[in-house]
Write a protein of this length. Structure first.
Length: 702
């Protein structure tokens, strides 16, 4: 297949077996909401895949499918960062459908009904479902929750049924991708010849002396470069200078941060409210009515930390006392009243390693117990509980080193809770603990604590007042209205003493402009209907109003000289300096004679230089020079002057220790296969997009 050919051309190595990843379920928001600017444009092509145009409506439908599944899984609407991820996942899904699905059909790859059933309710349930259905008391996958859900699915509302059908479809697509990745991975093989070359590269060692002549030994002013030479270089090396969509902008920012008057008003208000809280008879009612926090009455349980703004200002708190107001790290003012302090249900903290025995007979359980005891003995001798938990743990806590967090005795099954709460000190319990789930190795990390504190939290955020915001908008709107083009933009900004800021080489997919976050609207404008020299409307960003003008815009494709002139000039300069250095070194037969020509050059011995490396100590990246040194026929010979990225290198081979022959090269074959397999999924995707000639115009809309 053409795809396999592309992958082979890209890797140049044999590919080993890998397990492909399942499609991520990071989903996005509603693209076509009533407030969306996308409804107001006639240009509704967001890209091309394999010569087929992708419309905005089709893309929106794909994202909506993912959104439904996300909401079904999480029970909430995706956040803005998740929507960014969604759009990328939806786009990749469209690529998969148009290219991968065709490959699947050619090869006869499919997921049978029996296989799908096994994936969602059998013995090999997919990781996504396992991660969603964790019993909070045990930290383990609870299959009963899944069975209960599936049993009620037939009577569920149509939207829920559709969401589950979509999720099953995604599971099937992901499984086909795994099969396809594995098929391509196992179609490659590292030959003995490749393994021998790898062994030779890793074990051939040279003792060398290296002369390094940096480019700066020749002043830039001594080199003359014509524009025609730059154009000729660019013409011959266009592949080095592919450019993406980018724009240069100038903008004026009108701050909507709180003014001094706003700060004074908030301080005055919270000082007044603090007195009210100090004398309040019903603390929770007072803060519920006056605090801007969503949950202003909190209970600090064992394991919870008191607010940092309280502990950093007060050494010891007392029941009934009021503390504040204090300034918080998120630019707000806060006052705390300690409503109550009492002894309540004890909680402790522990970690565990579960060796599951679910569904096993006595012989199987005995084998698992033996393994658990071996691991326990190793932990007692060598420590590293968290590492062992990640290696052996068989529940959702394994990736966190087995940490269970803080828990009450009633939160866990009786044998586990009794053993943990019986501990008199922190550390690993001496014996295994058996529960209905299997055998546990338990480490007590915090002994039981029972102190509880109730806080009434009065917080007022310091934000710009309506007066401050209105004044900033009037200034921005007036400036935009008076600036019909870039020249007027510059004149008006100068007259009004507004600072003009520059944002150069802004990528079409960027979400920020310089240090201004969430500026995607400005970027979309620059790459949408804006023309060079045009002035934007007023954009309201997080902490400012912005008015911008489009200075220039570069389209994706071949670079023009004016776009990359500085880079081209530097490369031509290096080439000319190399020729000048080589000319001055001509006729010199020793490195010492060459060093005398350039006093600023360095001459150093390089012991233990390996053929497999690409870096020379003290010089840096120099693969051509290293290859030339190993290519010398005998000790004492020197290479020709070789151009590297930072200067010219001449090497002398002092001695060479060739790699010895070995009887078995299978370890090197395995190493090559493993190295290539780690890149397999990425290589497939890159080759796929190259074959499909994917064109992405989403930057014009999102």
């Amino acid at each position: 297949m053409a795809l396999i050919k592309q992958i082979r051309q890209r890797t140049g190595l044999a590919i080993g077996v890998i397990a492909g990843g399942l499609i991520l379920f990071l989903l996005g928001g509603d693209l076509l909401s009533p407030n969306s600017s996308l409804l107001n444009t006639n240009k509704n092509i967001v890209g091309e895949i394999a010569g087929e145009e992708i419309t905005l409506e089709e893309f929106a439908q794909k994202v909506e499918e993912y959104k439904i599944s996300f909401q079904q899984r999480s029970g909430r609407v995706p956040s803005e960062p998740e929507m960014v991820s969604v759009r990328e996942q939806a786009w990749q899904a469209l690529i998969v459908e148009r290219v991968f699905d065709e490959e699947y059909e050619k090869l006869g790859l499919k997921v049978s009904n029996a296989e799908l059933i096994d994936m969602v309710q059998g013995k090999n349930i997919v990781p996504e479902l396992r991660a969603q259905l964790i019993n909070p008391q045990t930290g383990q996958f609870d299959k009963s929750q899944l069975i209960s859900f599936l049993q009620t699915l037939e009577t569920a509302d149509p939207a829920q049924q559709a969401a589950w059908a979509q999720q099953e479809k995604l599971f099937a697509q992901a499984r086909n991708r795994v099969k396809y990745d594995n098929l391509l991975a196992t179609s490659e093989y590292a030959t003995t010849a490749e393994a021998k070359l790898e062994h030779k590269s890793a074990n051939s060692i040279a003792e060398a002396t290296v002369l390094f002549v940096p480019f700066y030994v020749i002043p830039d002013g001594d080199v003359t470069i014509q524009d025609s030479e730059l154009s000729a270089y660019l013409s011959k090396n266009q592949e080095k200078f592919k450019v993406g969509n980018s724009a240069n902008l100038e903008y004026v920012s009108f701050s909507i941060l709180p003014s001094g008057e706003d700060s004074v008003a908030v301080i005055s208000r919270i000082t007044e409210l603090t007195e009210g809280l100090r004398n309040a008879e019903n603390d929770s009612a007072f803060v519920s009515q006056n605090s801007e926090l969503q949950f202003p009455f909190v209970t600090i349980q064992p394991g919870d930390q008191l607010p940092a703004s309280l502990t950093s200002n007060v050494e010891q708190i007392t029941k009934g006392e009021t503390y504040g107001p204090f300034v918080t790290s998120n630019s707000s003012y806060v006052t705390y009243k300690v409503t109550d302090q009492y002894e309540g249900t004890p909680k402790m903290r522990a970690s565990h390693i579960l060796f599951s025995t679910e569904g096993m007979d006595d012989a199987g359980k005995a084998s698992v117990k033996e393994q658990a005891e071996t691991v326990l003995a190793d932990i007692k001798a060598n420590g590293n509980f968290a590492l062992a938990a990640r290696q052996y743990g068989q529940d959702g806590t394994a990736q966190n080193g087995g940490d269970l967090g803080w828990f009450a005795k009633a939160d866990f099954v009786e044998p586990f809770a009794n053993a943990a709460y019986a501990a008199k000190s922190t550390g690993v319990l001496p014996n295994l603990v058996e529960t209905e789930y299997g055998y546990h190795i338990i480490e007590v990390t915090e002994l039981p604590q029972s102190s509880y504190t109730k806080l009434a939290v009065l917080e007022l955020e310091l934000v710009a007042s309506d007066m401050t915001r209105n004044e900033a908008f009037r200034n921005a709107d007036s400036f935009a209205a008076e600036s019909g083009n870039r020249n007027q933009f510059t004149e008006n900004a100068t007259d009004k003493n507004y600072r003009i800021l520059q944002a150069n080489n802004v990528d079409a997919s960027s979400r920020n402009i310089n240090n201004i976050a969430n500026a995607r609207e400005v970027v979309i404008w620059a790459f949408g209907d804006a023309s060079v020299g045009q002035v934007s409307p007023v954009f309201e960003l997080d902490n400012s109003y912005v008015v911008a003008t489009l200075v220039s815009r570069k389209e994706e494709g071949k670079a023009k000289l004016e776009d990359v002139k500085d880079q081209v000039k530097q490369l031509v300069l290096n080439d000319k300096k190399t020729a000048m250095i080589q000319e001055k070194l001509a006729g010199k037969t020793t490195l010492e004679e060459m060093k005398a020509v350039f006093p600023d050059a360095s001459l150093n011995d390089v012991p233990g230089l390996r053929l497999s490396t690409s870096v020379i100590p003290g010089i840096g990246f120099a693969p051509k020079a290293i290859g030339s040194i190993f290519g010398l026929g005998a000790s004492g010979q020197i290479t020709k002057p070789i151009q590297e990225d930072i200067g010219v290198v001449v090497g002398r081979l002092n001695s060479l220790t060739p790699a010895s022959e070995i009887g078995d090269y299978t370890s090197y074959q395995a190493q090559l296969s493993q190295s290539a397999s780690q890149r397999m999924t990425y290589q497939i995707m890159m080759a796929l997009q190259e074959l499909a000639n994917v064109k992405d115009y989403r930057y014009k809309y999102f």
